[in-house]
Design a protein around this ligand. Structure first.
Ligand SMILES: [Zn+2]
Length: 209
């Protein structure tokens, strides 16, 4: 996660070990217990990201509104981890932006990762990252100087609830973040970081790269 990687065992739940980084407060499923690609695909088939589902669109709108404050003019963006139904990208296109899609399962077009972007969106995706540090470094390479990364994920709350937390119980959710975790990620990369709404972080790469 962060450069420090000060990992100790945080919990063992249903024989799966979770680590905690003492530096960035991330909670990580131990490597030995990470789901296989076929287990992930089986689970994703149950996800409901229907662009016509009003509740899902309301959920995404909570993310789009603070993002649009930071993107007042039409720009070129990548939706990383877009899933099967690119509802978020559709909303951003309606806001005037040009959107590219990438998803390791549903839109596995690696050429999209060679481009540079004004902004990257990553909703309900970072909790699936097996190597979060590598992924955030990838975002840093793809963002232009001054570029924006918007992330939405359920931030981890009280440790006492962790075992019962619905977010943890999804077997493909393997990395859990707090505000402190994103603050550390941003500091490692030299980015600015703000939390405009619950479970949302916006990170800005400085203009002078
Ligand atoms: Zn860490």
């Amino acid at each position: 996660m962060c450069a420090q990687r000060q990992l100790t065992t945080f919990a063992v739940i249903e024989s799966k070990t979770y680590w905690r980084c003492a530096h960035c407060q991330a909670t990580l499923l131990a490597d030995a217990h990470l789901p296989t690609p076929s287990e992930e695909i089986a689970r994703y088939a149950q996800h409901k990201n229907d662009p016509h589902d009003g509740r899902y669109l309301d959920f995404l709108r909570r993310f789009v509104d603070p993002l649009m404050v930071e993107l007042p003019t039409p720009q070129v963006g990548l939706d990383y981890g877009c899933g099967p139904g690119p509802a978020l990208a559709q909303m951003l296109i309606e806001e005037g932006h040009e959107m590219h899609l990438y998803d390791p399962i549903f839109h596995a077009d690696a050429s999209q990762l060679e481009n540079k972007y004004d902004f990257i969106t990553c909703t309900e995706t970072v909790e699936h990252f097996h190597q979060p540090r590598v992924e955030f470094q990838k975002f840093n390479r793809m963002l232009i100087p001054g570029g924006l990364l918007g992330v939405m994920t359920n931030f981890q709350t009280a440790d006492a609830q962790f075992a019962q937390w619905h977010y943890r119980r999804d077997p493909t959710h393997v990395t859990f973040y707090r505000e402190a975790t994103f603050t550390c990620i941003a500091a490692d990369l030299g980015w600015h970081c703000q939390f405009p709404a619950r479970n949302i972080v916006l990170m800005r790469k400085p203009r002078e790269a």
